[in-house]
Design a protein around this ligand. Structure first.
Ligand code: PMP
Length: 442
């Protein structure tokens, strides 16, 4: 008998859910069965306003006809073709479109299937880049505390989230971490970029002095750290990182998996902050979250080092069965068309002041200790609850869901990143409902 997909199945045991407390969830499951534009429909027929663009990815909202149609058409025409020693035009077209919207200097695209794979690819490319230039001793990698770079071994090694690392053994060697830039005692309630903390970039000089620049391949940071609580770069910080890395011949990788595709009001954060990295990792908004796809974007210089390097490095011994998959590429092109036709990046930028005011109206509510925002992303940090295993923010998430809004939490922080099609009335609903939830928290 066919399963009615609108019903919650009786047995939830087989699906081992990621980043989910499986035992708790399965006692009281929350299921979405449909989505349209700004809303999800739950299995009990309720509408939930999407305050997080799924997982920071559905930047154009849900079930957008142009994207759906492009996927259907491509699936019927050319479903799969390898990208190893073969090509199909649509992957090349998408690469050109990505270069068109990327900052000047970014000229090449290497496809992956996720943010995590983009990170692994960028880290490997960084090491191989130096090798191609005859600088093979440069293998060390530098990340940052509270950095999230996906879940594969390279990503958790350069990442700075203890819980994501400690179950999984000894990880990559040759990795250092710079300090994070979250300085609540100095920067609480800052709107946009905080004033204090640019000097934290100088820690990079200390790490370089410790190991020698000639051993270091790359520094990877999120230009704005998303998953660990929406942490804005202090004014001048990214510029300093760029200057120090350049001075020492170290590649700078921006992990733009969240910040890419309009979240801050520009196509990429590197344009918003006017700092050009050597590589950018992307995923999520590349296909509006609809089909798994990621991409590493590189400068001409990074790419050309391989092309002009030793003969044996012209073929890159790296790639995925689904790199540049035709259906994902079609989804990517239709997504970029949708962003462009609807002016969604500009829209994010125009709505940003309204979003900022709405978010900061939560100041003074019980337990709120900080609010951060930029573009169409924001976070509300709550006071930790002494001795309680369940964080207040998670209770807020559960109550918010019951009241019809989807928010996301990490520790004591509530994060929001709505689709860029959100209206002012929906911002009011999102923030108004969150205010009601905050007022009734334990
Ligand atoms: N990097 C960053 C900055 C991210 O935010 C994420 C996902 N939240 C990833 C990498 C990993 O992406 P994925 O889950 O697609 O592997």
């Amino acid at each position: 008998m066919a399963l009615d997909r609108k019903q919650t199945p009786n047995d939830l045991n087989a699906f081992w859910m990621p980043f989910t407390a499986n035992r708790q969830f399965k006692k009281n499951p929350r299921m979405f069965v449909a989505a349209k534009d700004m809303h999800y429909t739950t299995s009990d027929g309720r509408q939930v306003l999407d305050g997080t663009a799924g997982l920071w990815c559905c930047n154009a909202g849900h079930c957008r006809p142009k994207i759906t149609e492009a996927i259907q058409k491509q699936a019927a025409e050319l479903d799969y073709a390898p990208a190893f020693q073969m090509g199909h035009p649509i992957a090349f077209e998408l690469a050109n479109r990505l270069v068109d919207i990327a900052p000047k200097g970014i000229e090449h695209v290497f496809y992956t299937n996720s943010g995590s794979e983009s990170v692994e690819t960028a880290l490997k490319l960084a090491i191989a880049y130096h090798r191609a230039r005859g600088d093979g001793a440069r293998t060390r990698l530098i990340g940052r505390e509270r950095g999230y770079h996906g879940v594969n071994f390279g990503g958790i090694s350069v990442g700075g989230i203890v819980t994501n690392r400690k179950m999984f053994g000894s990880l990559l060697t040759g990795v250092d971490h710079m300090p994070h830039t979250h300085l609540p005692h100095l920067n609480a309630y800052t709107k946009g970029q905080p004033e204090h903390g640019a000097n934290l970039a100088d820690e990079l000089e200390r790490i370089v002095a410790l190991h020698g620049a000639e051993t270091i391949a790359a520094v990877i940071v999120e230009p704005m750290a998303g998953s660990t609580g929406v942490l804005m770069p202090p004014k001048g910080y990214l510029e300093k990182l760029r200057a120090i890395t350049k001075k020492h011949g170290i590649l700078l990788i921006f992990d733009e998996v969240i910040t890419g595709f309009g979240r801050l009001g520009s196509a990429f954060a590197s344009q918003h902050f006017d700092v050009l990295p050597d590589m950018m990792t992307t995923a999520k908004g590349l296909t509006n979250g609809v089909i798994p796809m990621g991409a590493v974007l590189t400068t001409g210089e990074v790419h050309d080092a391989f092309m002009q390097g030793p003969e044996h490095m012209i073929e890159l011994f790296h790639g995925y069965t689904y790199s540049g998959n035709p259906i994902a590429s079609a989804a990517g092109i239709a997504t970029l068309d949708t962003y462009k036709e609807e002016g969604l990046f500009e829209r994010a930028s125009e709505l940003a002041p309204y979003w900022e005011e709405a978010l900061h109206s939560l100041r003074g509510l019980p337990h709120v200790i900080d609010i951060r925002n930029m573009g169409l992303i924001g976070a509300v940090e709550l006071e930790p609850m002494a001795g309680e295993p369940t964080k207040r923010a998670f209770t807020a998430f559960l109550n918010a869901y019951e009241k019809g809004i989807l928010i996301r939490t990490t520790g004591d922080i509530i994060a929001m990143s709505p689709p860029l099609i959100i209206s002012k009335a929906e911002i009011d609903q999102l923030i108004g409902t969150l205010a009601d939830v905050l007022k009734t928290l334990p």
